[in-house]
Every structure is written in structure tokens, then in C-alpha cells.
Design a protein around this ligand. Structure first.
Ligand SMILES: [Zn+2]
Length: 69
């Protein structure tokens, strides 16, 4: 971190790294669900856990907007 001009907020950096693999997924504190928009058609998807959301997203992209791609 010596090279960087701006000192990153350690917590923000931690969160960014932690969720780097969950593109577009956001935890909705109000509904207690994970939300994201489909990368292809922007349809909103949500699920109670990241694992289920991933399954829903894969099902959605394979069967709905990308038609088996
Ligand atoms: Zn879609």
C-alpha cells in the first residue's frame, strides 16, 4: 500500500475483496435478501442466500434470457 497515493479504508477494501466474486450482488438489509440484476437482461433477481441467488442466476441465464447458452 506504500505505492498508492490514497490510503484505502481497510474495511472498504476488505468488503470489496470479500465480495469481488459476487458481481453485482448486494445484500438488502431491509428485506434480508440478496439482490442483483441479470447481467444480460437486467431483470432483478433475489434470494435469501448468495448460494441460492447463484443458482437462480444460472437457471435464469440458461433457461430464460440466454436460451440454453
Ligand atoms: Zn436475464
Amino acid at each position: 500500500m506504500i505505492q498508492s497515493l490514497e490510503i484505502p479504508d481497510p474495511f472498504a477494501t476488505f468488503v470489496a475483496h470479500k465480495y469481488a466474486n459476487f458481481k453485482g450482488m448486494k445484500y438488502d438489509f431491509f428485506s434480508g435478501e440478496w439482490d442483483m440484476a441479470c447481467g444480460a437482461c437486467k431483470e432483478p433477481l433475489n434470494a435469501p442466500t448468495k448460494k441460492i441467488l447463484t443458482k437462480i442466476r444460472l437457471y435464469h441465464t440458461r433457461n430464460e434470457c440466454l436460451g440454453g447458452y
